[in-house]
Design a protein around this ligand. Structure first.
Ligand code: HEC
Ligand code: HEC
Length: 432
């Protein structure tokens, strides 16, 4: 078992049964909600030093990352192991496996499948909280409001006490292993090359499996995670209600005790599933492109000239193989190292006027993340028909026209384009 979980277990055994008077604190499952909050925060507090993760090897011999929607491994794992791990990602969990008591869906695939397992989907999840003196506080039991439960009594509802609300749609996880293999320094160089008015924010987050080692976040709508093991453990608990050694405590139902419904022993999974999910995602190929036509090629130029590519970065090279990332927990292998990918993202946060008001964590450090969103990677865009973090933009053009804030100047440029250039730009987007 990892060291930090001992810390949490120790904290839990000391957990006070004292009832502290106040709206932020109640005693559930033997812990007061303020203990839970402080544990959650402690877990999401990163260690101080950021490793640049860059090593001296030249990058002259970088090659294109393999790209296809074909259920075949990118070489990170053998095909047979990949198939086994894909089936873990597809497994439908039930109560006996630890599903719930509160949850959003029964398998990773339920929300990540299009056109193959691991892709994006139309499923959205709800978040909610409230402001006290301008500071965001999670809804009782966390900002994620689960939409399902193993019993009607414990379904969570948003209440009038939590007027800050958001929907977030399920993104693709295909090619995520390449994103994980991008060195911290590479993301910082992209940030530093952006003009001041459009410069992104690199958020530093803890790598859960490396005792909270500091790394630049790149996964999720807020770049709230830096590693796929961390994201998988978080999703297993928060989307499916399955506890693991990395995140061993069940969620409550809006702060209410669910012990009576929590029949499977915790941790529900010994961590093997988390590794299987992470290794499946690490083995997926990058999304492939649609046909290149003269109009698509012209649109790619318009995309760059208009300024879209300042945030939606067209090409990034991953760290050379042998580089230690994730606080030393992952050594970039040949299959993922020194690969050129075309994610059309900088993985940084920007305020483009669409922020949902919900920070990565309700702590001082993450206040700036409340109204910033990660530049949505545009690879696999042609597989998506509901856009932006809330899925509420149904056309490419509506998504573009919602960009304000740091992208306002670029959006103004877009509106000045000739009809032919605009059509080319949209054709380019449809080819991604
Ligand atoms: C109920 C739907 C749902 C289920 C089930 C679900 N996810 Fe997700 N997933 C989401 C949503 C929504 C996001 C974006 C969350 C956010 O940023 O707030 C996401 C984001 C992700 C990301 C980040 C992808 C990226 O490139 O940014 C990863 C990785 C991921 N999920 C893995 C998993 C794994 C592994 C499982 C199974 C243990 C899983 N998810 C189960 C809905 C789901
Ligand atoms: C300042 C940075 C920035 C610039 C410039 C920018 N974008 Fe974005 N883009 C973002 C962010 C951040 C999001 C996610 C916003 C959200 O979901 O609320 C986004 C989302 C999108 C989406 C939705 C993708 C999805 O998966 O839902 C599309 C399409 C898009 N941008 C296209 C463009 C185009 C075309 C241009 C140029 C005309 C452009 N963007 C310029 C930052 C930028």
């Amino acid at each position: 078992m990892r060291r930090w979980s001992h810390v949490c277990l120790a904290a839990m055994s000391l957990a006070l049964v004292t009832v502290i008077i106040g709206t932020q604190s109640r005693t559930v499952n033997g812990q007061s909600s303020s203990d839970r909050d402080s544990q959650r925060r402690a877990r999401f507090t990163h260690a101080a030093n950021l490793d640049p993760e860059a090593n001296g090897n030249g990058r002259g011999n970088a090659t294109e990352a393999p790209a296809a929607f074909d259920n075949l491994t990118n070489g990170f794992e053998l095909q047979a192991t990949f198939d086994e791990h894909r089936s873990a990602f597809e497994d439908v969990e039930g109560k006996a496996d630890g599903l719930g008591p509160t949850y959003n869906a029964q398998s990773c695939r339920e929300c990540h499948q299009n056109v193959v397992t691991g892709g994006a989907s139309q499923v959205t999840v709800q978040r909610a909280g409230h402001l006290v003196n301008g500071h965001f506080f999670d809804s009782q039991g966390g900002s994620l409001i689960h939409s399902r439960a193993t019993a009607p009594e414990i379904v969570e509802y948003v209440t009038a006490d939590d007027p800050v609300r958001a929907l977030r749609i399920s993104p693709s996880t295909l090619g995520d292993g390449f994103i994980e293999a991008i060195a911290n320094d590479t993301l910082l160089r992209i940030r530093d090359s952006q003009p001041a008015a459009m410069r992104g924010t690199a958020v530093v987050v803890p790598v859960l499996e490396a005792n909270g080692a500091a790394r630049i976040g790149r996964f999720g709508w807020k770049s709230q995670h830096a590693s796929l093991v961390s994201f998988a453990a978080d999703a297993y608990l928060n989307e499916m209600g399955i506890t693991t050694p990395l995140l061993p405590f069940e969620n409550t139902s809006s702060g209410r005790d669910v012990t009576a419904w929590d029949t499977a022993p915790d941790p529900n999974d010994d961590g093997d599933d988390v590794d299987a999910f992470a290794n499946f995602m690490r083995s997926t190929k990058a999304p492939s492109r649609g046909p290149f036509t003269a109009q698509v090629d012209a649109g790619a130029q318009v995309f760059t000239q208009t300024g879209c590519a300042t945030c939606h970065v067209a090409s990034i090279t991953t760290a050379p193989s042998g580089t230690k990332v994730n606080g030393g927990e992952l050594v970039v292998p040949e299959a993922l190292g020194n690969k050129v990918i075309h994610p059309y993202s900088d993985f940084l946060l920007h305020d483009v006027g669409t922020g949902d008001g919900i920070p990565i964590q309700p702590t001082d450090e993450y206040v700036p993340t409340a109204n910033r969103m990660r530049t949505a990677p545009l690879w696999a865009l042609r597989t998506r028909n509901r856009l932006m973090h809330d899925g509420l933009s149904l056309t490419r053009e509506e998504a573009i026209l919602r960009h304000g804030g740091q992208a306002a100047g670029v959006t103004a440029q877009y509106q000045k384009l000739s009809a032919a250039d605009r059509a080319a730009l949209l054709a380019f987007l449809d080819s991604l």
